[in-house]
Design a protein around this ligand. Structure first.
Ligand SMILES: [Zn+2]
Length: 228
């Protein structure tokens, strides 16, 4: 997967970062949650790497902004179908930002070289990175739900004071480039489970390619969150 650059790219890239930072401001001003509809997405972007349609890591910048605003423990949960290799790379040596990702097995799926379960953080960051890869074509709610429970337990144990969700919607059963089998009811359930954490939450939009259903599925997550 590439990340091409055209004359309008930088304007879009910078506006996506600004959108995420506006979301941070809304949460800091007391909103329970905010949704940053960022395009392009960001979770494959590392400090020295772009790829997978990502240039600048919107979710990572948002997490860092929360830290600079005085938060002590920021959790990032990445539920895009693909591992958030960029976000992991940025925080791999840190213990103030926990990174948790549920994604397709990188033996078969992009980004291929990161996202394995034995990547748990390094140095001060040891133990603050949790990867939950799931089998490519077999993953429906029966596997996804328990993985999400494991992710949420890790976030509770960490004692996060704010939550950033890298909200990728390419786990959908009809997504044209991915292989999980989640449906709209599952998205409402995901939203509800996230809401029950009771944390101030910023949703940052990542992938999602079933464009006819993308809006409805995203709203299902956000509605589930609101009603939790
Ligand atoms: Zn993705």
């Amino acid at each position: 997967m590439t990340a091409a650059i055209t004359p309008g790219s930088w304007e879009a890239i910078q506006s996506a970062v600004d959108c995420a930072l506006t979301g941070v401001e809304l949460v800091e001003s007391g909103e329970r949650s905010a949704f940053a509809l960022c395009r392009p997405p960001g979770h494959h972007a590392a400090p020295d790497l772009m790829g997978g349609y990502c240039y600048i890591n919107n979710a990572a910048i948002a997490a860092e902004a929360f830290i600079r605003n005085g938060h002590k423990k920021v959790a990032i949960l990445d539920i895009d179908y693909h591992h958030g290799n960029g976000t992991q790379s940025i925080f791999y040596n840190r213990n103030d930002v926990l990174f948790v990702s549920i994604h397709g097995d990188p033996d078969y799926d992009y980004p291929h070289y990161l996202g394995f379960a034995d990547e748990t953080g390094d140095g001060e960051g040891a133990g603050f990175n949790l990867n939950l890869p799931l089998p490519q074509e077999k993953t429906d709610w029966s596997l996804y739900g328990p993985a999400l429970e494991t992710a949420l337990a890790k976030i509770r144990e960490f004692g996060a004071d704010v939550l950033v969700i890298s909200l990728g919607m390419d786990t959908y059963e009809n997504d044209p480039i991915s292989y999980f089998k989640l449906n709209r009811d599952n998205y409402a359930q995901i939203g509800s489970m996230l809401g029950k954490l009771g944390l101030p939450t910023l949703f940052v939009f990542e992938g999602g390619y079933a464009v006819d259903d993308l809006g409805h599925n995203t709203v299902a997550v956000l509605d589930g969150f609101k009603s939790a």
